[in-house]
Design a protein around this ligand. Structure first.
Ligand code: HEM
Ligand SMILES: [Cu+2]
Length: 540
């Protein structure tokens, strides 16, 4: 019997230690935060349709809205997204384990996430926060009279959920692999989560300490960041970005894992350059810690420091480039099928590339001075985070949906949603590159008239994007009732997760898996046979 049918009571869900059920608890929670963050974004785009401030009562309300948008999206959706949902569900399955190493700790992590979320929601209803998700001092510690402490406490708490989940993943990957599952036979999805977990464990405590310092300065007026009290405001930016630059890799590395799985499965080819792909993930994890100063080129940081941060930032482009080249090389001469997960993955590769290349524009000091704090930056990070992480999350959700639920979704609606999201996304965010380039600063709620055309395009795109995101919400739910029965392996894909029933039984496998070869052996005859079989059964 599958894990879904093991027990139907609410209590059995709220007290579950099954990593698959916990993954689903996270799926529901991050979706709620995504919708709340999306509602705030809708208000922002409505305001920006006209040069005058007309939707929000005051600029302060606009500030509150982009702050809550950023806080919900970054800390409650992007960072936990792929690892807490797909990682939780798949890591034990992929390495042939019965669960994570610490199942109860896993459940506790979800509760910690929810408590952090409640504090942040409280900050929202008790008047909001207006500092931006970056909480720059001394504004956040001395001047803002909004709910800084409640929001910061929520973020502090949710950080522990990340840390505990990451520790759980690291220990699981080290100690619970099936016999024969050597390090170089691990699926890249596992490598990606391993690299991400290292960043989380090393970086998140720095954020926690920074938040404590902000609280101490705000509550007790101790001079840490405020020069008026003998503090140093740049210290805050250093501490903040020391975590928050690595955090962008926390958001994107798990997605790299998802894309690697999808690309091989739908190109029916071994991944090109497996060891380089795994090595690139680790290299990004390490280099990601050395580049935080590229957020501070215009902060009065020394020019020589800036030059070093600039060069180091270029270095990160090398492993990132390796990933894109190797996905492309995997597609080359593959027998590619354009199912929904693959459409999302292709979208990811293109959009991530644009996001990455514009990152180089920003890490070049001379050009950054021109576009810093403009819409160019907003466009850049949305290409990485929405074009990257959200596309990969949706691609992965479709790819493993049959495994998670035992049902197939409608391929027609799937493809249509992928297309709508891709078009809506580009219409929303490409004009913002142009807006930034011609000088529109971010975080302003009024603007000169010459910026209006591009802003209207962006807002129009946002409504297309919203439709694209709502579609999966509907047809995936419908598939639970009417979807075709998927069977264990509807994509004829390689990997241990496909060797058990869908949905998997509570302890994942009925027998002990023994691994005798590396991942992605798609050139073997058995995979061709498997594919013919699922096609004959008409499942996909
Ligand atoms: C889908 C996932 C999304 C994520 C993860 C995300 C993330 C972010 C982040 C981190 C910020 C920075 C907040 C700040 O400036 O302090 C931001 C700003 C913003 N985002 Fe998004 N965003 C998403 C979707 C959207 C959508 C769909 C829209 C448009 C409808 C949008 C419009 C904006 C706007 C207008 C800003 C504020 C720019 C400014 O005034 O500085 N975002 N977003
Ligand atoms: Cu950065």
């Amino acid at each position: 019997m599958g894990y879904l049918g093991a027990d139907y009571t609410i209590k059995s869900w709220l007290l579950t230690t099954d990593h698959k059920r916990i993954g689903l608890l996270y799926m529901i929670s991050i979706t709620v935060f995504f919708l709340l963050g999306g509602a705030a974004a809708t208000l922002l785009r409505l305001e920006l349709m006209t040069p005058r401030g007309d939707v929000f009562g005051s600029p302060d309300d606009y500030n509150r809205s982009f702050t809550i948008h950023g806080v919900f999206m970054v800390f409650f959706f992007l960072i936990p997204g792929v690892p807490a949902v797909l990682g939780n569900f798949l890591i034990p399955l992929m390495i042939g384990a019965r669960d994570l190493a610490f199942p109860r700790l896993n459940l506790m992590s979800w509760y910690i996430y929810m408590i952090g979320g409640l504090f942040t929601l409280y900050a929202l209803v008790a008047g909001g926060v207006d500092t931006g998700w970056t909480f720059y001092t001394p504004y956040s510690t001395m001047f803002s009279n909004t709910q800084v402490i409640a929001a910061a406490l929520g973020i502090f708490i949710v950080g522990f959920s990340s840390i505990l989940t990451a520790l759980n993943f690291i220990v699981t990957i080290h100690t619970m692999r099936a016999p024969g599952m050597t390090w170089l036979r691990l699926p890249l999805f596992i490598w990606a989560h391993y690299a991400t977990s290292l960043i989380i464990v090393l970086g998140t405590p720095v954020l926690a300490i920074t938040i404590i310092l902000v609280a101490v300065e705000r509550l007790f007026k101790v001079g840490i960041f405020d020069p008026a009290y003998g503090g140093d405001p740049l210290l805050f930016q250093h501490l903040f970005w020391f975590y928050s630059h690595p955090a962008v890799y926390i958001m994107i590395l798990p997605s790299f894992g998802v894309i690697s799985e999808i690309v091989t499965a739908f190109a029916r080819k071994k991944i090109f350059g497996y060891s380089f792909m795994a090595g690139a993930l680790l290299a990004i994890a390490v280099l990601g810690f050395l580049v935080w100063g590229h957020h501070m080129f215009v902060s009065s940081q020394s020019m020589y420091a800036g030059m070093i941060f600039s060069v180091l930032s270029f270095l990160v482009a090398v492993p990132s480039g390796i990933k894109v080249f190797n996905w492309t090389a995997t597609l080359y001469k593959g027998s590619v099928s354009f199912k929904t997960p693959m459409l999302y993955a292709l979208g990811f590769i293109g959009l991530f590339t644009i996001g990455g290349l514009t990152g180089l524009v920003l890490s070049t000091m001379a050009t950054d001075v021109h576009v810093h704090d403009t819409y160019f930056v907003v466009a850049h990070f949305h290409y990485i985070m929405v074009g990257g992480m959200v596309m990969a999350y949706l691609g992965g959700l479709h790819f493993w949906w049959p495994k998670i639920t035992g049902r197939m979704y409608s391929e027609f609606w799937g493809a249509l949603s992928a297309l709508t999201v891709f078009i809506g996304f580009n219409l929303t965010f490409f004009p913002q590159f142009l807006l930034g380039y011609i000088g529109m600063p971010r975080r302003y709620y009024e603007y000169p008239e010459e910026y209006q055309v591009l802003n209207v395009m962006s807002s129009a795109g946002a409504s297309v994007l919203a439709v694209g995101y709502m579609m999966p919400l509907i047809y995936l739910m419908i598939s639970l009732k009417v979807g075709k029965i998927a069977g264990p392996n509807p994509w004829a894909a390689s990997g241990l997760e496909w060797e058990t029933s869908s949905p998997p039984p509570t302890h994942n496998f009925l027998d002990t898996k023994i691994v005798t070869s590396g991942p992605y052996d798609y050139e073997l005859q058995e995979f061709a046979d498997m594919q013919r079989e699922v096609q004959e059964q008409g499942i996909v």
